[in-house]
Design a protein around this ligand. Structure first.
Ligand SMILES: Nc1ncnc2c1ncn2[C@@H]1O[C@H](COP(=O)(O)OP(=O)(O)OP(=O)(O)O)[C@@H](O)[C@H]1O
Ligand SMILES: *[C@@H]1O[C@H](CO)[C@@H](O)[C@H](O)[C@H]1NC(C)=O
Ligand SMILES: *[C@@H]1O[C@H](CO)[C@@H](O)[C@H](O)[C@H]1NC(C)=O
Ligand SMILES: [Mg+2]
Length: 595
């Protein structure tokens, strides 16, 4: 949106209303009390609270404050209907709809904008779904169901596969929206022969959330992985199956959580159910008792009953046809990971460490994983090293042993996660040939915390790429629309985030330098950081160095500036595990794979 379009000087005449930037309210309204005279570079304004103001126009930019829309337009259900389409106009319109009428949805052309109401609204019941069925987008109030209907209709009418892409920062409501879209398809397209396939497609959601969502300080139910699910339809547009792909699970969360954050929900669900007879052998207790679940000091989320949620998780597994015995194997591995977190490592001089083979948690871990305890204890504290001529075994320091233990836990969890995804895909695979599909993409949203690391960097990089996809698609589509209707138009100069993407992924960009540094025997986070300063500071306007740190860097993302701490990037990027450790555990997980 180019606000300059409508900002001809003539429109800034007496009685015109404008928006002024405000440190508290972001934008506040004012009215011109005189025509704007270019010579004076001053606007004479009257604020809504009655104060008068002389507003100096910046002589370098000559930018006049954005104009307000006439009242009659405010509250429009499509932002493109506004005369002035500038940032404050967009925000004001969305705000008015939400505050005055509890309307959370607004269109902007082909895009649906959703405001997170943070309360449950009575707008998602089956009767509302049926009200949207078969209707034209333009005839109905903006709604996620209208977008879903549009996708469904176009798939059926034009024989074209469709995708709904949900984007927004962490906590914006992407996952909730994606689920409503899926529910719409399940409701309007009764399944063919196979009973309740649509119910099973929906049942994949609580499972993926239990294993891939966690509490962060931004969102109690934050997705820590990306997901693209394709819902398959037959010739008669009935759901016949689904297939999902997941992207980059945040593994580090399995072994570490920041203050007031949690590990994946499933661990707390298990601990809350540890008293159940079927879970007795897991020897679990409170989430507080395990290192991997107590680091955030936040075992219970307001309004969440982990015990109850465990029942939902189990029910969803069962609905999918993943039976009790398979489920028990999954829970068993999860319990094993919790015990692994409490395996204490003893420190010895000379970079050596040890674990007693009768350490309680080690014994339970080995028992649950079906691995020999003595070997496990040995390989947690030793490493096999290979030179060109020989192999030898060397003890490792306590720190390295603990890091190795954590790497093993992350590895097991990631394997389990992808095994479950594979399992769900198997169950949801359609027996007959799929005619068409509707895809739904729901990734982890853009995020910035007090301390940001490799995980935030990857998440924000994914969002940067998605934003680019969105720009290209929306502007391309809009232009095609104009050409079709033969409306005269000029190319709108939209914000292109390619420079930021180059900074991250081009040769000698952030990732390239990181990969190079990981190959260096003496590579370190600090030297990598230094190389970035040397190579990128002058070259790329999207890269900055914080004034008070030599171990951090700033990226100007499309959504915000984010400062990343270099500490830990190399280790996380290498993501190595001790082969000997996984050798044992892999057998067990591989056995799961076979079934
Ligand atoms: N349409 C809605 N109606 C009611 N509550 C909502 C709605 N959308 C979101 N919420 C609330 O906001 C919370 C966060 O939403 P959601 O988990 O969908 O965010 P997200 O965009 O997927 O974030 P992340 O990127 O962290 O995964 C939900 O748990 C829910 O409480
Ligand atoms: C996450 O969302 C699911 C489904 O909306 C809900 O059942 C669950 O209780 C939520 N969990 C948390 C921790 O908010
Ligand atoms: C839609 O996807 C299916 C696979 O699910 C494919 O066979 C079909 O050719 C695609 N249709 C179009 C129009 O691309
Ligand atoms: Mg989400």
């Amino acid at each position: 949106v180019d606000s300059q379009f409508d900002q001809s000087y003539a429109t800034h005449s007496c009685n015109a209303r404008v928006w002024l930037p405000d440190p508290v309210e972001v934008w506040k309204s004012a009215k011109l009390v005189k025509d704007y005279a270019t010579a004076t570079k001053t606007l004479f304004l009257l604020l809504d609270d009655g104060t008068e103001l002389e507003y100096k126009v910046d002589p370098h930019t000559n930018n006049l404050p954005p104009l307000r829309n006439p009242n009659i337009l405010v509250g429009e259900n499509d932002l493109t209907a506004l005369s002035y389409l500038n940032e404050p106009a967009v925000l004001h319109n969305i705000k008015v709809r939400f505050i005055d009428s509890k309307l959370i949805y607004t269109y902007c052309g082909i895009v649906l904008v959703a405001v997170n109401p943070y309360e449950s609204l009575p707008i998602y019941e089956a009767d509302i779904i049926h009200a949207y069925r078969g209707q034209d987008m333009a005839d109905m109030d903006p709604h996620i169901f209208a977008v879903a209907e549009e996708a469904y209709k176009q798939m059926a009418r034009d024989q074209q596969n469709q995708s709904i892409i949900v984007s927004g920062e962490s906590g914006a409501g992407k996952t909730v929206s994606a689920k409503y879209a899926m529910r719409y398809f399940a409701t309007v397209s009764g399944s063919s022969g196979e009973a309740d396939i649509e119910e099973r497609v929906l049942a994949s959601n609580p499972i993926m959330e239990a294993l891939g969502n966690a509490k962060t300080t931004r969102n109690d139910n934050s997705s820590r992985f990306g997901k693209y699910i394709e819902i398959g339809f037959d010739k008669k547009h009935r759901i016949i199956g689904a297939h999902m792909r997941t992207y980059l699970l945040e593994k580090s969360r399995v072994v570490f959580q920041a203050h007031e954050e949690r590990n994946y929900h499933i661990f707390y669900q298990l601990c809350a159910s540890s008293h159940l007879p079927e879970f007795k052998d897991f020897k679990l207790g409170d989430a507080d008792d395990f290192h991997y679940t107590n680091q955030g000091h936040y075992p219970v989320i307001d309004g969440v009953d982990d015990g109850k949620d465990m029942c939902s998780t189990r029910r969803a597994f069962s609905l999918l046809g993943i039976g009790e015995s398979h489920q028990m194997e999954i829970y068993q591995i999860l319990a094993a990971i919790l015990h692994l977190s409490n395996v204490d490592v003893k420190d010895h001089s000379g970079d050596r460490s040890s674990i007693s083979p009768d350490n309680f948690h080690l014994v339970v871990f080995c028992d649950l994983m079906g691995v020999p305890c003595e070997e496990m204890a040995h390989w947690l504290c030793h490493r096999k090293l290979q030179t060109t001529t020989e192999t030898y075994v060397k003890g490792v320091s306590k720190t390295n042993a603990v890091n190795g233990r954590d790497a093993l836990a992350k590895h097991i969890y990631a394997r389990l996660f992808s095994w479950i995804v594979g399992c769900i895909n198997n169950v949801l695979k359609s027996a007959v040939k799929q005619h068409s599909f509707i895809g739904v993409l729901d990734i982890y949203g853009f995020e910035t915390f007090d301390t940001n690391s490799f995980e935030q960097f990857c998440i924000n990089y994914a969002n940067e790429k998605l934003q680019q996809q969105f720009n290209l698609h929306v502007f391309k589509l809009e232009q095609e629309e104009y050409m079709k209707e033969e409306i005269p138009w000029t190319l709108i100069d939209f914000y292109d985030n390619q420079p930021c993407i180059n900074l991250i992924e081009a040769k000698l960009g952030i990732l390239d330098l990181l990969d190079e540094e990981c190959k260096m025997p003496q590579g370190s986070d600090d030297t990598w950081c230094q190389k970035m300063y040397n190579n990128l500071l002058k070259q790329n306007a999207h890269f900055d160095k914080p004034r008070l740190s030599n171990r951090a860097f700033i990226v100007h993302h499309f959504a915000d500036k984010v400062e990343y701490q270099c500490d830990g990037f190399l280790e996380k990027n290498k993501d190595t595990v001790n082969e000997e450790q996984i050798h044992f555990c892999a057998i067990y997980i591989a056995a799961c794979h076979m079934r």
